[in-house]
Write a protein that binds this ligand. Structure first.
Ligand SMILES: NC(=O)c1ccc[n+]([C@@H]2O[C@H](COP(=O)([O-])OP(=O)(O)OC[C@H]3O[C@@H](n4cnc5c(N)ncnc54)[C@H](O)[C@@H]3O)[C@@H](O)[C@H]2O)c1
Length: 407
């Protein structure tokens, strides 16, 4: 029997986060869609951004899986494929054409492969593929980045941590994405009183920015194991002191969630010492950048990790955390699981289509249980296959669950 993962099987009805007020500190309408009650709209427009390198290979697999899993739930899609990154640069001269953003904004959700590659590495900053991705995130105004780090039982040996430390890890990092030191002003270069060059940035958060990300984290923790750890540096930074104050006040509205606070230096240490202690981790932009990468490495396999970026309104952006892997692009070696799991997050967090998401998650576990592996997660005794075949096996697993349920 496939092991069940807390991440993928929230014990309580799921809350759909995609509609938070951008002006009020309270959610405008938080739709509660229980697994048994899917949303009424069953036809969705999805923007596909395959991007560069292995992006088109993994997006092709994820699209087929979305279509098949959705079909069993009465869901239909209209896909719009647009250019982003190096592919956009080659075709239009810019890394994110206006049309890509406008089509993305008009859709119900956006699924991205990856961008970047050697060819564009020496471009000026405004002509780099990565600039296109940042422009897209900023254009979609996605303020929350959700990064699950789940150690699949079948892949526990891929972790660089000891098996007993890694096994059973199932955590979610909720990172603030549009504020803090990466965007704070003033920033720049200057000269100090000794005539030496300086570089400076500003870590700044408004109460509203903290409130909206914290609310989302409490909601997610509530649907997981009910534990939220807020990570800050409140012993040193004023922005962190405000962060801790607001998160602590908000906890009164979520008595069912156990809130703890941890300094970021300790959190970095605890993540490799005893990662199983974490359920949901809430943190700011820069700490989240670092901790989510650290957490992802516990799983040992970059090709397995999905992510979601969600805003106050409008479509969410769903993408694997890996890059375009130019070293293996076009060789049918890419691991498509992360993108397929991103498609499951799209259904769950972007569309509130919990049941279709679970079909995909179960199919991923089933495919792993049947031993199919791409090279990055291969181990002796399993079956080494390419990206396309993994996709075909996931489709078979989606279908076999339907058949099994029908018997
Ligand atoms: N979100 C994004 O689109 C994103 C994220 C990170 C890097 N990038 C870009 O990707 C390009 C390559 O960057 P990088 O090499 O630092 O990171 P990368 O994630 O592309 O690759 C790192 C290593 O992991 C392997 N790998 C990554 N994804 C894999 C998958 N799905 N299956 C099997 N193996 C996989 C690669 O072969 C490589 O050895 C750069 O241009 C970088 O800017 C894009």
């Amino acid at each position: 029997m496939a092991p069940s993962l807390q991440l993928f099987h929230p014990p309580k009805p799921f809350t759909h986060f995609n509609r938070f007020s951008s002006t009020s500190s309270r959610p405008a309408s938080v739709r509660c869609s229980a697994a048994a009650a899917p949303p009424s709209k069953r036809s969705y427009t999805i923007t596909l951004l395959p991007g560069d390198g292995i992006g088109p290979e993994v997006i092709s697999v994820a699209k087929d899986v979305l279509v098949l899993a959705g079909s069993f739930e009465g869901i239909t899609y209209e896909f719009r494929e647009m250019l982003l990154g190096g592919a956009a640069l080659d075709a239009t001269g810019v890394p994110m054409p206006d049309e890509t953003l406008s089509v993305s904004k008009q859709s119900d959700a956006v699924l991205l492969g990856a961008i970047g590659g050697y060819k564009w590495d020496k471009n000026e900053k405004h002509l780099k593929p990565e600039t296109g991705l940042l422009q897209l995130r900023s254009g979609l105004q996605v303020f929350a980045n959700l990064r699950p780090a789940t150690v699949f039982p079948q892949l526990v040996d891929a972790s660089t941590l000891k098996k007993e430390v890694a096994e059973g890890v199932d955590l979610m990092v909720v990172r603030e994405l549009t504020g803090g030191i990466y965007f704070g002003k003033p920033r720049g270069f200057g000269t100090n009183e000794n005539g030496q060059e300086t570089g400076f940035n500003t870590e700044i958060y408004s109460a509203h920015e903290i409130d909206r990300i914290a609310r989302l984290a409490f909601e997610i923790a509530r649907k997981r194991r009910g534990k939220l750890c807020s990570v800050d540096k409140a012993n040193v930074l004023e922005a962190s002191m405000l962060w801790r104050k607001i998160v602590t006040e908000l906890a009164l509205e979520y008595p069912d969630v156990e809130l703890t606070h941890m300094y970021v230096d300790n959190a970095a240490m605890q993540l490799v010492r005893y990662p199983k202690q974490f359920d949901t981790v809430l943190t700011n932009n820069i700490f989240g950048d670092i901790l989510s990468d650290e957490a992802s490495m516990i799983t040992g396999s970059i090709g397995m990790l999905p992510s979601a970026s969600i805003g106050a309104s409008g479509p969410g952006l769903f993408e694997p955390i890996h890059g375009s892997a130019p070293d293996i692009a076009g060789q049918d070696k890419a691991n498509p699981f992360a993108t397929v799991l991103s498609a499951a997050m799209l259904l769950k967090y972007g569309l509130g289509e919990e049941r279709a998401a679970e079909r995909i998650e179960k199919a991923v576990l089933d495919t792993l249980n049947r031993g199919f592996r791409t090279a990055d997660i291969y181990s002796a005794g399993t079956k080494l296959v390419g990206c396309k075949q993994v996709g075909e096996e996931i489709l078979k697993s989606v279908e076999s669950h339907i058949l099994a349920a029908a018997v």
